[in-house]
Design a protein around this ligand. Sequence first.
Ligand code: AMP
Length: 181
Amino acid sequence: MNNIVIFGAPGSGKGTQSDKIIAEFGVEHISTGEVLRAEIKAGTELGKTAALYINDGNLVPDALIIDMLSATLDKKGKDIKGVIFDGFPRTIAQAEALDKMGIAVDKVLSIELSDEEILKRLSGRRECASCRATYHIEDKPPVKEGKCDRCGGELICREDDKPETIKHRLAVYEDSTAPLK
Ligand code: AMP
C-alpha cells in the first residue's frame, strides 16, 4: 500500500491536490470532511451530531471520527493500491488510532498558505449542492452565476465557510492539527 496524508489548513487546496494525486497514482481518496457532509445530507444520527460541531467550526470528537474512518476503510476493501487521507488525522489521538489500525503512512504532504490567502479563498468558495464540484467567485467562477458547470446544480456557500466561522476554524487548526504536523 502507498498511503499519503495531506495536511493543510482549511481552504489550502487539499481536495484539489488530492484529485491530481489520485489521477496520477490511482490511490483511493478518503476525505473525512466529505464523508461527514454526506452523512449530514443523508440525515443520519452521525450526520446530525457532526453538524453541531462542523457548523460552529469545531472538530468532530475523535471517537466518532475514528469509528467512521475505520468503517470507510472497511468499505474500500483490501484490494486497493493505497489511500490519500485528506483531512485525517487532525489530532494526535487520530494519528495514534491510525497506527493502531496497522496503517503505515508513506508520505505526508503539507500545503502552506498565509491566513490572509486562506480567508480570501474560503470566503469566495462555492460548492455544488448536487455533485460537490467547487468554484471560487473570483478565481474560478462558473459560466452561469450560481449554477454548476458540470451538472447544473445550485452553488452554495458551505455553512462553515461563513466569515465568522473561518477564523475559528483556523484557530482550531493551529491548536489541534499544527502540533500533529
Ligand atoms: P474539511 O472538509 O476537511 O475542511 O472538514 C470540514 C469539517 O469537518 C471540519 O471543520 C471539522 O468540523 C470536520 N472534520 C473533518 N475531518 C475531521 C477530523 N479528522 N476530525 C475532526 N473533525 C473533522
